[in-house]
Design a binder for this molecule. Structure first.
Ligand code: AMP
Length: 204
């Protein structure tokens, strides 16, 4: 299984990614988590990335692409993986495509967690209060949303064009979204190659 999970910040990708990765025994690769670990460990990469994380801005593409390339080359990623939070820009998606082509590991599907803007804004604001994440302050949240709209949202079109996009309704309880995700994954694995992706929701 080689999956990308996409959607706005606060869409619940992290939670669902962790579940799916565990169920399918593949590594859950979250670029946000990797960056946070590097920041905590004060590595060169962490020092380089911190200013971007603190501002709610995306880390430059070449830095992220290199990091993901190295991660996907690790032995545990040989038989599948789940990418959460990457790609985040069209150039990253192109770099990923090129890399996967080179290593002969095509992407199976992209799950797009569909959550209306007022809902995901509310969720990241409440997460800010609960978790006290340094990049969840009001101004930084605003910046992360702008980055999302400007740079990440265009990936919906990119992956739809590739015939890889599948929508998951991300509104509801974690368990409800998990069972919808499972249903979408079952539909994908039941597809007989080359079939059309699922219908876009009204809001897309
Ligand atoms: P996340 O936990 O996925 O919301 O990521 C937290 C922060 O890490 C983001 O706001 C960015 O600063 C950085 N980051 C994570 N993934 C990427 C990516 N694919 N491209 C650029 N920056 C990223």
């Amino acid at each position: 299984m080689r999956l990308v999970l996409l959607g706005p910040p606060g869409a619940g990708k992290g939670t669902q990614s962790a579940r799916i990765a565990q169920q399918h025994a593949v590594p859950h690769i979250s670029t946000g988590d990797i960056f946070r670990e590097h920041v905590k460990g004060c590595t060169d990469l962490g020092i380089q990335a911190q200013e971007y994380l603190d501002r709610g801005e995306l880390v430059p593409n070449d830095v992220v692409n290199r990091m993901v390339g190295e991660r996907l080359a690790a032995p545990d990623a040989k038989h599948g993986w789940l990418l959460d939070g990457y790609p985040r820009t069209v150039p990253q998606a192109e770099a990923l495509e090129e890399l996967l082509d080179k290593i002969g590991q095509p992407l199976d599907a992209v799950l797009w967690f569909d959550v209306p803007e007022d809902e995901f804004t509310r969720r990241i604001q409440s997460r800010a209060k609960q978790e006290g994440r340094s990049d969840d302050t009001e101004e930084v949240v605003r910046r992360r949303l702008e980055e999302y709209v400007e740079k990440t949202a265009p990936l919906e079109r990119f992956y739809r064009g590739r015939g890889l996009l599948h929508y998951v309704d991300g509104v509801g309880l974690i368990d409800e979204v998990a069972s919808r995700t499972l249903a979408v994954l079952e539909a994908i694995s039941g597809e007989d190659g080359g079939s059309e992706p699922l219908e876009a929701p009204e809001s897309a």
